[in-house]
Design a protein around this ligand. Structure first.
Ligand SMILES: *Cc1c(COP(=O)(O)O)cnc(C)c1O
Length: 377
């Protein structure tokens, strides 16, 4: 799509590859005239929002909607600070953690500056780099994860580094030793964003407690979100924990009211809901096992995942994706992540997981059958 002003736009903006979101349930149901479609495409929480967040929002007086929210999100930042054992000055809130990824890029990256991230990393890193006019330095993945030593080398002449831990869409996770060694190698003047959107799902005892490292690595920017395990993706709220000086920089750039009233209220309540988080963590581990075993049984190699999704290899992935849509099951093609032969499926409820596996079995059986009759092996 272009327009008369296409050539008037900044070059770096024209070169952005637009983000491809998961297909909304309503859209698929409208297109196919079906009901009961399920979406396992955006790593959302299949158990919905935390019950505490639900009641807090239900109790919110509509009369409050006419006032601007607290622009400094004091209550939420204080609650996060208390929970994390840091100063509220170290906490920056955002309209989703996506907002914070962008603020980091806008604070540190100018035209021509290098930004380092891994092959198969989250698509937003490329977008915010491109929007700032920065140069992409994409370091080839190592067994689908980060090649941290190579990234540390590339960081020497970079202005910003992104590490997703766990990574989306591959589900890989770096342990404390490797990540700490990496931070020791990155020059102190180069900011490193460690994106921990899926941290609450990680079961490994070796997962880094990055907040405890902030005093030693003031160039570390940790981003987290309420979109995933807290089940508040639709409200858009995330946060960064960093050196207060870095928070001050991002605070200058952010929109004055970047986190809306409902999001602030719900996030404060969700933060107290440890029982809900624990339950979702446990359910997710069970779901991961069901999906990985089911996929293996169907002959699809599944990447080991530390998060709430599984990425698996499947021949003719786009056709399988489309066939699954006709079964009312929405998953995520990840060709735009350089993985054209893979699909990513989010862990759902036990019923959703079974429905996905059954649909995949039907779909791939059919396509194998038609393939075999067209070209007998
Ligand atoms: C989902 C996700 C996020 C979270 O995005 P929000 O803007 O907080 O909803 C951040 N990073 C990665 C790698 C993700 O997959």
């Amino acid at each position: 799509m272009t327009c008369d002003l296409w050539t008037s736009a900044r070059d770096c903006v024209r070169a952005i590859e637009p983000y491809l979101p998961g297909k909304p349930i309503e859209e698929l149901e409208r297109e196919l005239g079906i009901q009961n479609a399920i979406k396992l495409a955006s790593n959302e929480n299949p158990w919905g929002p935390s019950p505490r967040a639900r009641s807090a929002l239900a109790a919110l007086d509509p009369a409050s909607w006419s006032r601007y929210p607290d622009g400094s999100a004091s209550a939420l930042r204080q609650a996060l600070a208390d929970k994390l054992g840091v100063s509220p000055m170290a906490v920056t809130v955002g309209n989703g953690s996506n907002d914070l990824l962008e603020l980091a890029a806008r604070a540190f990256v100018g035209p021509g500056d290098r930004v380092v991230y891994a092959q198969h990393a989250f698509a937003v890193y490329a977008i915010v780099t491109q929007a700032a006019g920065g140069r992409h330095v994409e370091i080839p993945a190592r067994r689908f994860g980060h090649d941290l030593p190579a990234m540390a080398q590339a960081a020497a002449d970079a202005r910003l580094v992104f590490v997703a831990n766990p990574n989306n869409p591959t589900g890989t996770c770096e342990g404390a030793g490797a990540l700490e060694a990496f931070l020791q190698q990155v020059p102190a003047h180069v900011p490193v964003v460690v994106d921990e959107a899926y941290r609450e799902y990680v079961a490994s005892g070796d997962y880094p407690d990055t907040v405890s490292w902030l005093a030693r690595f003031p160039n570390l920017i940790i981003t987290r979100t309420f979109s995933k395990i807290h089940g508040l993706a639709g409200l858009r709220v995330g946060y960064a924990i960093s050196d207060p000086g870095v928070a001050d920089l991002m605070n200058r750039l952010r929109q004055p009211f970047n986190v809306n009233l409902a999001a602030q209220v719900a996030a404060c309540a969700a933060l107290e809901d440890d029982a809900f988080v624990a339950r979702c963590h446990k359910e997710n581990l069970a779901g991961l096992a069901v999906l990985s075993e089911g996929l293996t049984r169907l002959g699809h190699a599944a990447l080991p995942s530390a998060a709430n999704f599984v990425t698996f290899e499947v021949p003719r992935a786009v056709r399988v994706y489309q066939a699954l849509l006709r079964e009312g099951v929405i998953v995520r093609p990840i060709a735009n992540y350089g993985m054209p032969d893979y699909l990513r499926v989010t862990v759902g409820t036990p019923q959703e997981n079974e429905r996905f596996l059954a649909a995949l079995a039907r779909v791939t059986e059919r396509s194998t059958a038609s393939h075999a009759s067209a070209a007998p092996r």
